[in-house]
Design a protein around this ligand. Structure first.
Ligand code: HEC
Length: 265
């Protein structure tokens, strides 16, 4: 019986060939990945945030990380701590303990801790309020902004950014991400030569892996996406009930129709 199931001759060779193709393909992918570990980012223009405001855990991490890493300079002037606690289902005691600074109340709007004049003195620019930035710029842009800082000794901050060239914002997440340098190549445009970005190369590793850092950036973008339109959480929750109602209603209508038409031939 067993031998009947054993593959012999042509089918066996076909399976072996398939296995070979599969292993060559996966080795190729692995090699590509390995080379990606040194040079990457040539496709940064098409990087997507891939965030979801339905992911509550991601929003909670984003809130925590925003308050830790961004709130020193950036305010969220249209939202209160308490609203975030309510929307993101963070219990009041945890909110008070971990998110609301000792000098503030849960009902306060989220101001930044830096006086505007100091910011202008230090950065030459006031860090913008970020309440609506996700609507203004879109989530993908924010994600690209947070992930394309690179070392540039010619800048006062020592870093530059692909999404916002000559940005006044320092690379505040370099501890986590590590430092990377941008490799440019020279191309001829109408007779003149121009430097265009080619790829990134890691210089100093950070405390997070590239994947973990991507997750960190995505969580913050997700949080900013929610902050720009907090009602979208409720709208989604409501949407589920609307669809359920429609399904149940359709079923009832169908039952009714069957009842009415049962004697009609
Ligand atoms: C040390 C102060 C400082 C910190 C901390 C900081 N930023 Fe900024 N940020 C700035 C400054 C200054 C600008 C203005 C940059 C410009 O217009 O050149 C800015 C601009 C921005 C912008 C607007 C970019 C644009 O296209 O106009 C975004 C988005 C932003 N920051 C996000 C963040 C996030 C997210 C964090 C936390 C991970 C953060 N920032 C932490 C100083 C800071």
């Amino acid at each position: 019986m067993l031998t009947r199931n054993r593959l012999t001759g042509a089918p066996r060779r076909a399976v072996l060939a398939l296995l070979l193709v599969a292993s060559v393909a996966s080795a190729g992918a692995a090699a590509q990945e390995a080379s990606g570990a040194t040079g990457f980012g040539s496709d940064w223009h098409s990087w997507k945030a891939g965030n979801s405001v339905a992911d509550l855990a991601s929003l909670q991490r984003g809130a925590r990380d925003f308050l830790n890493y961004c709130n020193a300079c950036h305010s969220l002037q249209y939202i209160r701590y308490a609203r975030i606690g309510q929307d993101l289902k963070i219990p009041a005691d945890l909110l008070q303990q971990f998110l609301v600074p000792p000098t503030r109340k849960p009902t306060d709007y989220i101001a930044s801790s830096m006086p505007a004049e100091d910011a202008v003195n230090w950065f030459g620019k006031e860090p913008p309020d970020l309440s609506l930035i996700a609507q203004e710029r879109g989530a993908d842009y924010l994600y690209q902004y947070l992930t394309t800082f690179y070392v540039d000794p010619s800048r006062p901050t020592g870093t530059n950014n692909l999404a916002l060239d000559t940005t006044a914002m320092p690379d505040v997440v370099s501890q986590l991400e590590g430092l990377k340098r941008a490799v440019f190549r020279t191309v001829a445009v109408n007779g003149a030569s121009e430097q265009v970005f080619d790829h990134f190369e890691p210089v100093v590793p950070g405390s997070l892996t590239r994947e973990q850092f991507d997750g960190f950036a995505r969580d913050i973008v997700n949080f900013l996406d929610y902050v720009a339109e907090p009602a979208q959480l409720h709208r989604r929750a409501l949407g589920v009930w609307v669809v359920l109602f429609l399904l149940v209603f359709t079923w009832l209508a169908w039952l009714l129709k069957r009842e009415y038409w049962k004697d009609v031939h």
